[in-house]
Design a protein. Structure first.
Length: 209
């Protein structure tokens, strides 16, 4: 990978409204110039279903009152909620000298490394973007490139309520099962979310800097 070393600032946010953060991402990208430092935004979202540009209404089986937002990211429908780690990549990919495929590789390989640190053998499935454990999806990707810069990013299920995934066809796949880190590590694990977040940050920065 031809990744040029560039500074990258981390922004650790809280449990945020999806539409508000989406608007902030768009504003950040519109205002940036060649000297703007890249950022990674680390956060969780209030419960929301988001439809990607390829999203189809029939993949939302029953929203159960949870907001549905039509987004400009790639991909189909997914669910975000507390206990799921979101990482948004506000990167000047043109300046870094790589394309979408390289960014996807950076994200997927970082997630695989983080999961290996917990002794979890995760995998990639051909034709089904994201990261899987035993055929169950644990992480999803959705990106957009605008003005040579990336928006959106990844979601990683750490310790959350997985039930809303059953109300949709996750990523457009009927009957796709999902899993989370909390169900794959030893019981009694405390502080799992912040620990997993920081392990993933280390893996990402090792590939971006």
């Amino acid at each position: 990978m031809n990744v040029q070393s560039q500074p990258c600032q981390l922004r650790r946010l809280d449990v945020e409204n999806y539409a508000v953060v989406w608007e902030a991402m768009q504003a950040f990208t519109s205002a940036r110039d060649s000297s703007t430092v890249d950022e990674l935004w680390l956060l969780q979202h209030q419960p929301v279903f988001t439809q990607g540009q390829a999203g189809k209404a029939e993949h939302i089986l029953d929203a159960h009152g949870i907001p549905v937002v039509q987004s400009d990211r790639g991909g189909q429908v997914t669910y975000h909620g507390p206990g799921q780690l979101i990482v948004y990549f506000l990167l000047d990919v043109r300046r870094r000298g790589f394309g979408v495929r390289t960014l996807v590789d950076v994200i997927e390989s970082s997630i695989l490394e983080m999961l290996r640190s917990y002794g979890i053998a995760a995998e990639l499935l051909k034709g089904a973007p994201g990261v899987y454990v035993g055929g169950k999806k644990i992480a999803a990707l959705g990106l957009r490139i605008r003005k040579g810069c990336s928006l959106h990013g990844l979601s990683l299920n750490i310790d959350m309520d997985l039930e809303p995934f059953g109300w949709i066809n996750p990523c457009g796949y009927k009957g796709m099962e999902v899993t989370q880190l909390a169900d794959l590590v030893a019981t009694g694990k405390t502080g799992l979310f912040p620990e997993a977040r920081e392990r993933l940050v280390v893996a990402l920065l090792a590939r971006l800097l």
